[in-house]
Design a protein around this ligand. Sequence first.
Ligand code: DOR
Ligand code: ZN
Length: 359
Amino acid sequence: MPDPSASRLIIRRPDDWHVHLRDHELLQSVVGYTARQFGRAIVMPNLSPPVTTVAQAAAYRDRIRAALHPAHASFEPLMTCYLTDESDPAEVERGFEDRVFAACKLYPAHATTNSEHGVTDVSRIRGVLERMQRIGMPLLVHGEVTDPAVDVFDREAVFIERVFSKILADFPEVKAVFEHVTTAEAVSFVESRGANVAATITPHHLRINRNAMFEGGIRPHFYCLPVAKRERHRLALRRAATSGSTKFFLGTDSAPHSIGKKEAACGCAGVFNAPFAIESYAATFEEEGALDRLEAFASEHGPNFYGLPLNEERVVLERGPCRVPERLEAGREEIVPFHAGEELNWRFKGSAAAAQAVP
Ligand code: DOR
Ligand code: ZN
């Protein structure tokens, strides 16, 4: 157990179980931020067009690997299959057996960015879900209903009643991750289910509530989906993340959009937190008096749920001021990172072996 006043924290290299790495120029600009901190990452398939086939996922994985700096060559992108009404159980299984697909992603159609090809009704993918349950392939769920009559702040809680409960009633053994949970209801739901149901929690939902989007004016860089909720929900998330429960693990949902796309009349949803992700989680865990549980949340619960080995390498976090820039260059564009202009108390120093070599 680490000494709470220690100046260094050495943990297994963490993994990010939910990230948007994008494609083309933006991929080149952002992948290094994830690859420098994390050993592996579950890469979201919501490209345009979406990643729906084994061939598309393999090609995207190659583009990610080609975009890596040689210093990050050991970073492992874990690919996901975007489910549509037309998804074929045989293609899904082939991708999983060939170790191209690590999981499938369920986006309810029109729930979020590039989800227009998503699933219109879960009844359309029964065959896929049945197959996934049989082969133990994880189902990653964007848990929001799209019914415009449902208030945007209630869409996650209503999804539990209308959709998630039914999926699990019909497929009780399916391995399911409730992605980026934002409500006390989602935390309770995950806690009430068996070991086959888990959740990821983002850095930003642990730090902001919905007021952050309206502080002194509209703050588009805090807008994401699912949207941040009331303070009581944020507190429930902090309790879950730091509880030590193996059901909750790290997933940043880092979702970069250029400044122009965020600061617009109809701004895009997404928080770009990859550059200071582990520092942000460390701040939260320290505030909760739970730094000794950071490693399990960041580096153990995720691989254990997915049935993958833990990373052997260790990384160093050093106590000390870590200033977050107001904006970061991304090719010809700029992006505002989460914590822009703030000073965090922990700094990521990279691999423990390399850090020791530096005097
Ligand atoms: O805020 C979000 N941004 N939520 C999502 O579900 C998608 C993501 C994106 O791709 O930009
Ligand atoms: Zn996401």
